[in-house]
Design a protein around this ligand. Sequence first.
Ligand code: SF4
Ligand code: F3S
Length: 106
Amino acid sequence: TFVVTDNCIKCKYTDCVAVCPVDAFFEGPNFLVIDPDICIDCALCEPECPAKAIFQDDKLPAGQEAFNELNAELSKIWPNIIEVIPPPADAKEWDGVPNKLEYLET
Ligand code: SF4
Ligand code: F3S
């Protein structure tokens, strides 16, 4: 499965949802996650993310391991998102800021 990681938090560009053939993305207040039970590993979303926040679960960068479980858990709670929406006004300022997990809103 593919996993959304730290740099999506407060960036939430949503370009990823436009290409997913199985609508595997779910939306929280300031972050998106992928449902591992829906994702078919097509890899289409990975290059679409302007924040480079999407990785295959077995190629997660060091320190991003917790996002495996977070995607699996939050995708069962949050609503499905199938259309691109405008990013937060300050998305660019947060792009690349490390360790944004403390800002994750659920
Ligand atoms: Fe959707 Fe493919 Fe990305 Fe999985 S890898 S979330 S199926 S676009
Ligand atoms: Fe997040 Fe990137 Fe999608 S910032 S919403 S994973 S395009």
